[in-house]
Design a protein around this ligand. Structure first.
Ligand SMILES: Nc1ncnc2c1ncn2[C@@H]1O[C@H](COP(=O)(O)OP(=O)(O)O)[C@@H](O)[C@H]1O
Ligand SMILES: N[C@@H](CCC(=O)OP(=O)(O)O)C(=O)O
Length: 258
């Protein structure tokens, strides 16, 4: 089953966007995303990779540890994921948008049969107007929680589905030049195809709920570029950030194909 005439966007939403940099998941942000998808659905179809399961659980539970931090995070993800999906489902349904959940792990991308199944399942969902909402299967995926690889997951999914565009929503106006990053007027790198030059601009800082920082986003862009997919790194904290990026009325980083 092939793609429709609509442009397919893989939208990755980071924990900081979903919490609007607080300790609580923001229903308002999820509603903002739903509104934009409803506005754009005539011309675009969306597949979402969302973080936030751990962040949503942390807001109402503290777990006794068995000594390994990673197991606590996995347990938190297991508690938070159904809550996260409930908020997506309720907010999207208000606007007539249908949602579904897919939990994936890296090993799934290594097996040809699993790759085919992921592709076919998502194509059936999208063809039937369901928006697949993907997260890492954190119960089995320890590396993901350690390295913040929902960025990588989004790039692998984008490549597998051969989407037209990968949008990574984070808490900055894209990638800033290294020297301007901590100043009042951080300067966004607007467009480049040069991944190595971007790697030189990265600082080691990571935001409140984030995991991989900008490093994993640039690595994701590299994976997408190899699959000839353009990546946009946009500020998901702003209202209407997808529509504004498409209309070129916001500042963000475009990593174009070679
Ligand atoms: N050159 C750069 N430009 C912008 N942000 C950068 C840069 N280098 C490092 N960062 C850090 O990357 C963070 C975004 O990644 P992360 O905290 O993992 O968020 P997310 O939850 O969206 O994945 C920014 O808040 C910033 O601290
Ligand atoms: N699977 C985890 C994702 C953690 C993660 O990668 O976070 P982020 O760096 O905000 O994309 C969760 O849902 O909490």
């Amino acid at each position: 089953m092939g793609k429709s005439d609509k442009k397919r966007i893989l939208l990755k939403i980071g924990s900081n966007v979903l919490t609007k940099e607080t300790n609580h998941i923001s229903r308002g942000k999820i509603e903002d995303i739903a509104c934009q998808i409803a506005d754009l659905k005539g011309n675009y179809e969306f597949v979402i990779v969302t973080s936030g399961a751990i962040a949503v659980a942390k807001q109402f539970v503290q777990l006794e540890s068995n000594g390994k931090e990673i197991n606590v995070k996995q347990a938190l993800a297991s508690i938070g994921q159904p809550h996260l999906m409930r908020i997506y489902q309720e907010s999207f349904r208000e606007l007539g948008l249908l949602t579904s959940q897919c939990l994936l792990s890296y090993s799934d991308f290594k097996k040809e049969e699993s790759r085919t199944n992921i592709k076919n399942t998502i194509n059936v969902l999208v063809k039937n107007s369901y928006i697949p909402i993907i997260n890492e299967n954190d119960t089995v995926a320890t590396d993901e929680i350690k390295f913040g690889d929902n960025d990588k997951l989004s790039a692998l999914t984008a490549s597998l589905l051969n989407v037209d565009l990968l949008i990574i929503a984070t808490n900055t106006n894209g990638i800033y030049t290294k020297e301007s990053m901590d100043s009042e007027s951080a300067k966004t790198i607007k467009e480049t195809s040069d991944i190595n030059s971007l790697k030189n601009q990265i600082k080691s800082s990571i935001s409140l709920h984030g995991t991989g920082g900008m490093t994993t986003k640039v690595e994701a862009a590299e994976i997408a570029q190899k699959a000839e997919i353009e990546t946009w790194i946009v500020n998901g904290l702003a209202d209407n950030f997808i529509v504004d990026a498409i209309n070129k009325t916001s500042e963000f980083t475009k990593i174009i194909t070679k």
